[in-house]
Design a binder for this molecule. Structure first.
Ligand code: ADP
Ligand code: MG
Length: 271
């Protein structure tokens, strides 16, 4: 039986933000979907949320209905130009209490350009610092790689949420990701910890899906969230609609699952 997590108390003051990297070097495991919907669920519980698109594909921005390819300034300018301030780039979303730092294909040049910067791993952290007090959560949607952009996310986060698809091959990458997280912890950011492993794309009808969860729990114990995100056709529909499932289909089991995840995250570490 899944545990119940209490509905969090309302907050009377906001910040400083808990910065969380949503990270897995494998694509298609639900990083972007989870960032959008964790963000919307946390905002639904009265938390102020900033979601950060750190993938040049811009799927997070698109998933929130922002046509980022038309924007003059994105997170790329914020990270690489001293003349761009965070306020020039932030955009509100349709979710009350949730803002977005958008990205587009420009960001694909950042990885190479950052190599020559002083303090290159801390670039994102420096960019976010002025707004840390304005939010309760900053969720960073990482690209599917362990390159310099992802290291920037890990360097300024205190926690990692690791979406893992309930598929056999998904398990292979987990050890590599944990190894990268340990290296960042040792060398750059001792505060970094894995908050949790989030099982996504779960299909309870298959033995296979259940086996993957059992293996994860065997290896990682309590690090695996009780909340599991099932596979549902609703998610691809929400990407087209450009909104979170919490507003697109609020009564769906998938919305309830992300609300439960938000409660579980808050009960693990109150904010
Ligand atoms: P990532 O950011 O890790 O590449 P996405 O969140 O973009 O992964 O998800 C990849 C694809 O899978 C998208 O088309 C998305 O709509 C779909 N998807 C994500 N989560 C689910 C789910 N629980 N059930 C069904 N489809 C999903
Ligand atoms: Mg993505």
């Amino acid at each position: 039986m899944p545990r119940e997590f209490p509905v969090p108390e309302p907050l009377h003051a906001h910040g400083p933000a808990r910065v969380i990297a949503v990270c897995n070097q494998k694509g298609g495991v639900g990083k972007t979907t989870s960032t959008i919907n964790m963000g919307a669920a946390l905002a639904g519980y009265g938390r102020r949320v900033l979601v950060v698109d750190l993938d040049p594909q811009g799927a997070l921005s698109a998933g929130l209905g922002v046509a980022s390819h038309q924007l003059d300034r994105t997170i790329y300018n914020l990270m690489l130009e001293r003349s761009t301030q965070i306020g020039d780039v932030l955009v509100p979303t349709k979710v009350p209490g949730m803002d977005l730092l958008p990205a587009n294909i420009d960001l694909s040049a950042a990885e190479v350009q950052l190599i020559n910067e002083v303090g290159r791993e801390q670039t994102l952290g420096r960019a976010l610092r002025p707004v840390l007090h304005a939010y309760d959560y900053i969720l960073i949607d990482c690209q599917p790689s362990l390159g310099l952009l992802t290291v920037n996310a890990l360097a300024c986060s205190s926690a990692v949420v690791m979406p893992v698809a309930a598929e056999y091959f998904a398990l292979r990458g987990v050890a590599l990701l944990i190894d990268t997280i340990s290296k960042v912890q040792e060398r750059i950011n001792p505060d970094l910890a894995i908050d949790g492993i989030l099982v996504t794309l779960y299909d309870g009808r298959t033995v296979h899906s259940r086996d993957v969860v059992a293996t994860l729990v065997d290896q990682f114990g309590e690090t695996v969230y009780d909340t599991v995100i099932s596979r549902t056709v609703k998610f691809p529909e929400t990407s087209v609609a450009g909104e979170p499932i919490l507003t697109y289909a609020p009564d769906s089991p998938a919305s309830q699952a992300y609300l439960q995840l938000a409660r579980e995250m808050i009960s693990r570490k109150p904010a």
